[in-house]
Design a protein around this ligand. Structure first.
Ligand code: PEP
Ligand code: MN
Length: 366
């Protein structure tokens, strides 16, 4: 199992839910100072200040970031807010400059996570530094790419890690700028135990309205924090103007969110324990039924072998799929769930029967 240090152990005095805020892009020392002062005034000082210094823009000609100068302005944040600072790096040179200027936390953007060469180059540049790294999900919904980028950091000894969920681009679904695909961050948390995922509602929604709703969903799902783009004058921001909020609006969003208690912090609750025992019992029954079902499948396999029948019969499969899906939907199970469940059971059945045939062939040949 991959071990890593969680946010609370990064040595930066951070807790979850972690709130990260700051502008999409650093624009000028005056802008950074104004945002800091407005954050203080609105009682909306985040735990980490974010600012893009190098901006990976989809089309050329947009503002591509202020570059190294912006790193010097981070002193303004330290002076006014005295909180850690995070910036995005997209290549080894950025990573080296970020380290040189004492950036506290580094993040890898969605357009970089898709490119294993760039991720590896950044990892090498950070080797030996102990800087915490947050990896945004890749543009496309590919969990392995996301995990792979975290693994590349881990492999060079960077063990202060977290992930950022910023949604996935979808050419057809225009409800979101980047579709959330909630199963993806949840899956990451399942396969990498203890990996914390910060939600970035700003890049998911792409507009100011809707940030609260997506933030609340992220908290409901058990994600570990929020990164919200915050600017003193969002309409005139040099990048992502439509989605940035003022520090005052940030305060209102944070006040409106119903932050849930993480289950692991909860005092033992009899009702929940009873319900979980009931689920344990039902799962045992489910496994007994599956065992019985596969025993019958094995008998069918034996019969097919004796009568020289093929393992896969498409008419039967179509019939099973359709009738069970209908029955499941009548029991309030979703069509998607029924199809995935049946597909998975069927795939296992086919594999078992194919194995029987293979073994019988091997015996014949011997
Ligand atoms: C950003 O956070 O400003 C950014 C460029 O995000 P992403 O990599 O998610 O597009
Ligand atoms: Mn942005």
């Amino acid at each position: 199992m991959k071990t890593h240090k969680q946010i609370k152990d990064w040595g930066l005095n951070l807790t979850t839910p972690l709130i990260i805020a700051g502008p999409c892009s650093a624009e000028s020392p005056e802008q950074i100072e104004k945002i800091c002062l407005d954050m203080k005034e609105a009682n909306a000082v985040p735990q980490i200040f974010r600012a893009g210094i190098w901006k990976p823009r989809t089309r050329p000609g947009s503002f591509e970031g202020i570059g190294e100068d912006g790193l010097k302005w981070m002193e303004i944040v330290r002076h006014h807010l005295n909180i850690p600072i995070t910036v995005e790096v997209g290549n080894a040179a950025h990573a080296e400059l970020a380290l040189k200027h004492g950036v506290d936390v580094i993040w890898v953007g969605a357009r970089t996570t898709v490119n294993p060469f760039a991720v590896q180059e950044i990892a090498e540049a950070l080797r030996g530094s102990d800087v915490p790294v947050m990896v945004k999900n890749p543009m496309n919904p590919d969990l392995d790419l996301w995990i792979g980028a975290l693994e590349r950091m881990h492999a060079v000894g960077l063990d202060k890690l977290a992930a950022i969920h910023r949604g996935f681009s979808d050419a057809y679904d225009k409800r979101f700028r980047n579709k959330p695909n909630w199963s993806m961050p949840i899956h990451l948390k399942r396969v990498w135990t203890g990996m914390e995922v910060i939600n970035d509602p700003s890049h998911i929604v792409g507009r100011r309205d809707g940030i609260l709703e997506v933030s609340q969903r992220a908290i409901n799902f058990g994600l570990d924090g929020l990164m919200i783009e915050t600017h003193h004058d969002p309409d005139n921001a040099w990048s992502d103007a439509k989605q940035q909020v003022t520090p005052k609006a940030l305060r209102e969003i944070l006040n409106a969110i119903d932050f849930k208690e993480p289950l692991e912090n909860m005092r033992p609750d009899e009702r929940l324990q009873d319900l979980r025992r009931a689920v344990d019992h039902l799962d045992d029954q489910l496994l007994d039924i599956l065992q019985e079902r596969f025993a019958v499948i094995d008998q069918i396999g034996e019969h097919k072998r004796e009568h020289h029948l093929t393992v896969f019969q498409s008419d039967r499969w179509k019939d099973v799929m359709e009738s069970r899906t209908q029955k499941g939907m009548a029991k309030n199970l979703s069509e998607k769930f029924m199809k995935e469940l049946l597909y998975s059971i069927h795939e296992e059945s086919v594999k078992r029967q194919e194995k029987q045939l293979r073994e019988a062939d091997a015996i014949k040949k011997a």
